[in-house]
Write a protein that binds this ligand. Structure first.
Ligand SMILES: C[S@@+](CC[C@H](N)C(=O)[O-])C[C@H]1O[C@@H](n2cnc3c(N)ncnc32)[C@H](O)[C@@H]1O
Length: 453
């Protein structure tokens, strides 16, 4: 008697052929990736229709709350059916149906049926109305082939687009936002934009101490580090170098995660002394047996630096795997790091980088040149602003073989941006700047390659 039902329906006319719409609708990961609420999705290894989902809900007074729940998703001929069972007995059933209007136009209808505790229902209705409309807008953007940014609702983005399209006033709003963000970051740290702000971002609601210390943009399905290690094809018993490890979460993953082949020796380089010290303490606390050598300093060997792990004249054994997780775009320049890494890899060894570059052609536009000019103020040296094609060519030029580049932008930037937007005013501004960066052609990629045997 305390539970009430609510039925509602959302429709969206999409300017794309029915098949393009169905391709997205019938891909559960892609669909959940479009939701502004969902921040993590894990599929049940025994049953591919069952998922564990984590949502971040906006609560009153600007607070947020994470909720985890189970969902079942069944792909149908017309789209998909989803059922989720969240806390407090809330059950939500959604049926997505795509109907052809013409060869180039499709209508998607989403029928939603919620059963919930009657006092919660008004809140749930509000969440559903905004989140499901936004998901449909993003579905439309993706199917129409223009999923460069979360659509609708983001008034600033809409205004920026308007200024760009109608008045060609390139600089007004993004410039102000970007400068505020750069100034804000510069204030936090003089040389390196990093510090200990990531500890607060890793905290789950209600926790005083974060359980992890990731400092990357995230893959949001599994830790980005696991995805990178897969690309690197790490083998057990290898000598691994982890570059730009921050406060050490990836080192801990390499030393303890059950799915990661355990290295025989682990070396780390990271630029900030405070991260180096913190990583040393965290690794020591693990009480494990793999020898670990950490080095505080630049990823690139400069003449005069002592005991640098990729000093070309080092007599230490070479590495089997070199990893750079969300950091190589900072290196001055990245190409020099790649050359030095190549020289310090064993034959058959591998390198893998989770990195940022640009869509082919994007760097030719005035707009992107303007955005990148701002980034050069501290985040990314000009030499590192290359396209995906140039990145591949650079790797081959260094001598790497079997060079692979996987574009995972759509699994990284949207969730990273939505997450930051919920973390207070400073991060919200940063999320808007980052959104502009994404819209100007930035791509998040996994690059991997081998050294010839
Ligand atoms: C985005 S964070 C990623 C940290 C870590 N890999 C992770 O995933 O949590 C970038 C890291 O690279 C480090 N870094 C930046 N420039 C560097 C450089 N030139 N040499 C070595 N490390 C650098 C930063 O201090 C920071 O820890």
């Amino acid at each position: 008697m305390f539970f009430s039902d609510h039925h509602t329906k959302f429709t969206k006319r999409i300017h794309a052929p029915p098949q393009a719409v169905l391709d997205v609708l019938r891909d559960p990961h892609a669909m959940m990736g479009l939701s502004p609420l969902i921040i993590s999705v894990t599929v049940d290894p025994q049953d591919s229709t069952k998922y564990t989902v984590i949502d971040r809900l906006a609560m009153p007074f600007g607070t947020t709350r994470m909720i985890s729940y189970g969902a079942t998703i069944v792909v149908t001929a017309e789209g998909m059916d989803a059922e989720s069972k969240a806390g407090a007995g809330t059950t939500t059933r959604s049926r997505y149906v795509a109907r052809a209007i013409s060869e180039r136009e499709t209508e998607v209808e989403e029928q939603v049926h919620v059963t919930a505790f009657f006092l919660l229902l008004p809140f749930i209705k509000g969440v559903i109305a905004s989140a499901h409309n936004l998901t449909l807008d993003r579905l439309a953007a993706k199917a129409e082939g223009s999923c460069k940014r979360p659509a609708g609702y983001l008034y600033l983005d809409t205004l920026v687009l308007f200024l760009r399209k109608q008045m060609n006033l390139l600089s007004v709003l993004p410039a102000v936002l970007a400068l505020i963000a750069v100034y804000w970051m510069a204030k936090r740290s003089s040389a390196d934009p990093y510090g200990d702000f990531h500890l607060a971002l890793n905290k789950l609601p209600g926790e005083d101490t974060p359980r992890t210390e990731w400092l990357n943009m995230g893959y949001w399905k599994v830790p980005l580090a696991l995805k990178l290690l897969q690309a690197a094809g790490c083998k057990p018993g290898g000598r691994v170098l982890d570059v730009g490890h921050g406060s050490g979460e990836s080192l801990i993953l390499l030393l303890t995660h059950p799915d990661v082949p355990r290295p025989a020796h682990l070396t780390g380089i990271t630029s900030l002394e405070s991260h180096y010290t913190r990583s040393q303490a965290r690794v020591a606390r693990l009480n494990q047996t793999v020898p670990v050598d950490l080095y505080a300093g630049d990823a690139i060997y400069r003449p005069g630096s002592r005991n640098h792990p990729i000093d070309p004249s080092s007599e230490q054994p070479k590495f089997d795997t070199i990893l750079a997780l969300d950091c190589a775009y900072h290196f001055q320049p990245r190409a020099e790091f790649l050359r030095q890494a190549y020289d310090r890899l064993n034959p058959g060894g591998s390198i893998a980088l989770a990195d940022i570059c640009f869509a082919p052609g994007a760097l030719q536009t005035r707009w992107t040149r303007f955005v990148t000019m701002i980034l050069r103020l501290g985040l990314m040296p000009a030499e590192n602003m290359i396209s995906t094609d140039e990145y591949l060519a650079q790797m081959r030029q260094v001598g790497f073989i079997d060079v692979q580049l996987e574009d995972i932008t759509e699994d990284v930037f949207p969730k990273f941006i939505s997450f930051l937007a919920t973390q207070g005013v400073g991060w919200w501004i940063f999320s808007r700047v980052f959104n502009i960066f994404w819209g100007s052609g930035a791509r998040f990629v996994l690059v991997s390659a081998l050294l010839r045997h």
